[in-house]
Design a protein. Structure first.
Length: 69
């Protein structure tokens, strides 16, 4: 499965995203489980660029979000 072919229903919103449609990111957990690649995207631009992280990088992103929320 390529990054471009991840089904839309496979993306979920981060629990650290705001609920007002502002700062919202999504990630693809099924893709991460299958490939070890953690993809993150801007929910306002679903066809735009995606950040590809390792498991350690994704863990670091979550720690950063938790610390700055």
């Amino acid at each position: 499965m390529t990054n471009a072919s991840i089904p839309e229903h496979s993306w979920i919103s981060s629990t650290y995203s705001t609920g007002d449609g502002g700062q919202c990111i999504e990630w693809a957990p099924q893709h991460a489980s299958a490939t070890g690649e953690f993809l993150v995207r801007d929910s306002k631009n679903p066809h735009g660029p995606r950040l590809s992280l390792t498991a350690d990088g994704f863990t670091g992103l979550l720690a950063f979000a938790k610390h700055h929320s």
